[in-house]
Design a protein. Structure first.
Length: 149
């Protein structure tokens, strides 16, 4: 997706990530080897470096105010509300029915039809929402909550 087509929130995230990358390259920010929260090194990346993320704990308006967290802690601590929760739901009724029409469920396993991860992923990208949103839409769970009114 082009920067100009992004939602304001996604733009600020992108800008914040760029600012961190620039500061790391210039040495004004230094990525530690351990997580500030659990003090463990992150899982090894393929190049052998610890994978410690810069977590924007104050929000993207403070691009260089990051806490360095392992991916596990980052996942837990990120206060970023989901798009649905923050009132930025992008799915209207039409989109929901489109998703349901496009969705191809994976084969029934053990008598239960499970959402297909690949397809949910593809639809999430197509509709610009999280994969779990797609899963909830296709499983028909409380989707009304997701729909902007
Ligand atoms: Zn951690």
């Amino acid at each position: 997706m082009k920067f100009s087509e992004m939602l304001p929130h996604d733009r600020s995230r992108k800008l914040a990530h760029r600012a961190v990358a620039k500061a790391l390259a210039e040495g004004t920010l230094i990525r530690p080897r351990i997580c500030e929260n659990c003090l463990n090194p992150g899982p090894e990346a393929s190049d052998g470096r610890a994978t410690i993320h810069g977590h924007h704990y104050k929000g993207y308006e403070f691009p260089l105010d990051v806490k360095w967290l392992c991916s596990k802690c980052h996942c837990k601590e990120d206060p970023r509300p989901s798009k649905e929760a923050s009132g930025m739901a992008k799915l209207d009724r039409e989109a929901v029915s489109l998703i349901r029409a496009k969705y191809k469920p994976s084969p029934i396993k053990g008598g239960r039809r499970k959402p297909s991860p690949t397809c949910c992923h593809a639809l999430a990208i197509e509709f610009g929402v999280s994969k779990s949103t797609i899963e909830r839409v296709v499983r028909n769970l409380a989707w009304v909550d997701e729909v902007s009114v």
